[in-house]
Design a protein around this ligand. Sequence first.
Ligand SMILES: *Cc1c(COP(=O)(O)O)cnc(C)c1O
Length: 346
Amino acid sequence: MKIIDLRSDTVTLPTPAMREAMAKAKVGDDVYGEDPTINQLQEMSAEMLGKEAGLFVPSGTMGNLIALLSHCGRGDEIIVGNKAHIFLHEAGGVSALGGIHSHQITNQNDGTLALTDIKNAIRPSDAHAPITKLVALENTQNSCGGITLSQDYINQVGDLAKERGLILHLDGARVFNAAAASTSTVKELSSPFDSVTFCLSKGLCAPVGSVLCGSNKFIAKAHRIRKQLGGGMRQAGILASAGIIALEEMSKRLSEDHERARTLAEGLAGVSGIVLDEGTPYTNMIFMSLAEHIEYPAEKIIAHMHKARGIRIGMTGERSFRLVLHYWIDDEDVKQVVDAFEELLG
Ligand SMILES: *Cc1c(COP(=O)(O)O)cnc(C)c1O
């Protein structure tokens, strides 16, 4: 039985072209800056995002952490959404390791932070208050359905940050999905930001790694912090070679995943036991829950789908699910998933 794994796009395995590139990759000691493949990946990334420099890091979590530790000192405050990955899913790293205070404001349903909420969260110059240093946005906004932030909106936040002297960071784990779903390029979507992290190891299929981009000065500091955190890798060009293919080839095909997500959602919309979240899917993720008349909890349905049909699904609540489309899911798989849900809940 083929396993159809829809839990996340992090489950993507490297492609045959990646395996081949990995076997042949030219490598060196990257802590000395001597790995030619990592240098190439970093230059390519910076070029694509319109930044001066890039830094290859082991994970998106470390990329965000390095960015925030580079920009902020102990007691500084960051403004971040209450549904941001940085706030929800990074084990509190900015506070635990950086002594950085986080000021969470509500993510609106469209993934944005309201401009007035950002303005109201900026602290006065007063000894009682922490110093507001930075605003962090996320695009696509994972916990808001994988929705994209518009160019117009991020430009407005960029203007506000400039006006108020704040640094702007983007958790762009899926910024290539955001670009695929909008009329803007990754460069345009990155332009208002001082720093951007993106993941090679999600929809882009590379086995490991993220890239942090920003100015030369910022990246020089980030390089030291990566070392402090133990993220300086040696002959990691083997990993970077897969990252280069991720950028060259895989970044161009993400809209296929978005189209399949729409096809799957259309199929699931016809199953009486399923209620799709409003608007879903925005990009490569479908969010949905069980209709009231279904008695089983999500957990049971997930276990059954796995055991009986080889279909793996993410659980987002007692009665809700997330299904993520990616390179290793084809049209036949989509059909099988619809059939399996129809059989169980139709
Ligand atoms: C996956 C993800 C990250 C980083 O994840 P890692 O697993 O550490 O690579 C950061 N932000 C968002 C929005 C993500 O989805």
